[in-house]
Design a protein around this ligand. Structure first.
Ligand code: SF4
Length: 326
């Protein structure tokens, strides 16, 4: 049972608040004016909060959709966050350095997000991407949030917009009740099992993620494969080659929408804060990474192996489907 659920006054009676309260039981319910009063307080300890979670239910008022800097992607797109933080606890997760608090924040004003997305879609005729898994795992908390239940049908009505649901979850119960559509890609983050064991605490194992990929694909969902972040200090090139073969061949190629690879990298400020919060995190202290251009990033030897991996991937899947994260 959670200790406390903080609820903004303006959503106290909202039907999604009531739904969440039916699922998450708490000893205390406290009304607040704005989620930032609790979430943005200084001197909170992310690691301690992660082990003793509280929750916040709120409405997001500003920056409902945020443009992705053009330098970080080859597609025009926006982030949007219906949730802050995550039920999992990956050692490399930048949220530890991004937020003051580990409490889960649920933003339940989906209709306002919808208006902001529609506004952006009307400004252009070209295709725009919306990425939902920036500040959370998009699918892991679906039972509580009903995020996909609302937004998958919503995106089916927008001709020039695509939604990426990024996840490490193997949860399919809710998605299988929703009609898939060609504007939505369910993108699975994958790593070799030895890395999942070491650095992705609480996440489903590789075989259950693969099972979910197969099941969703059989049911008409477009699938994205995200090998991101590559952690080549602890896994070998062969571990990744094996993973590529497994993932790329587990469903018909025609059902794979896209594949991407990304380095393990963090902004310098996030990395510094994460190390301060968790001095036991050996991944973040690896000396094959260093600060360069305000990023904590791998040395050239690791980058060389990453390049070799991307070359190998091109032999397995059409190059047009492969994206490299900067
Ligand atoms: S699944 Fe994603 S959001 Fe969740 S802890 Fe891991 S890296 Fe962070």
């Amino acid at each position: 049972m959670a200790k406390t659920i903080f609820i903004e006054n303006n959503v106290f009676e909202h039907f999604r608040t009531k739904k969440i309260l039916n699922i998450i039981k708490a000893r205390n319910i406290i009304r607040i004016n704005h989620y930032g009063e609790i979430f943005n307080r200084n001197k909170q300890n992310f690691r301690i909060q992660k082990d003793s979670l509280n929750y916040i239910i709120a409405a997001k008022k500003n920056n409902l959709v945020i443009p992705i800097p053009p330098s970080t992607t080859s597609v025009k797109g926006f982030y949007f966050s219906h949730m802050y933080n995550c039920i999992y606890d990956c050692d490399y997760c930048f949220l530890q350095g991004h937020f003051n608090s580990a409490y889960h924040v649920y933003f339940i004003n989906y209709e306002d997000f919808g208006k902001a997305i529609s506004n952006e879609s009307m400004k252009t005729k070209t295709k725009i991407w919306f990425f939902s898994g920036y500040d959370c795992d998009s699918l892991a908390s679906e039972k509580i949030t009903g995020f996909a239940e609302y937004f998958v049908p919503f995106f089916s009505k927008l001709q020039n917009c695509m939604l990426e649901i990024r996840t490490k979850s193997s949860r399919t119960t809710e998605l299988l009740k929703i009609k898939p559509n060609s504007n939505v890609v369910c993108a699975f983050s994958l790593n070799p099992q030895n890395l999942i064991d070491l650095f992705e605490k609480g996440t489903p194992n590789l075989s259950s993620r693969i099972q979910s990929i197969k099941l969703l694909s059989e049911n008409g969902w477009k699938i994205g494969l995200r090998f991101d972040p590559l952690i080549l200090t602890e896994a070998s090139k062969e571990d990744y080659l094996e993973l590529f073969e497994l993932a790329v061949n587990c469903i018909p190629k025609s059902n794979i929408h896209s594949v991407s690879l990304g380095s393990l990298r963090l902004s310098e400020s996030h990395h510094k804060k994460m190390v301060k919060n968790d001095m036991q995190n050996r991944l973040l202290l690896d000396n094959r990474y260093s600060y360069k251009e305000k990023l904590w990033q791998p040395d050239h030897k690791i980058r060389d192996v990453e390049t070799q991996l991307s070359e190998h991937l091109k032999k397995l899947i059409p190059q047009s489907s492969i994206f490299l994260s900067e």
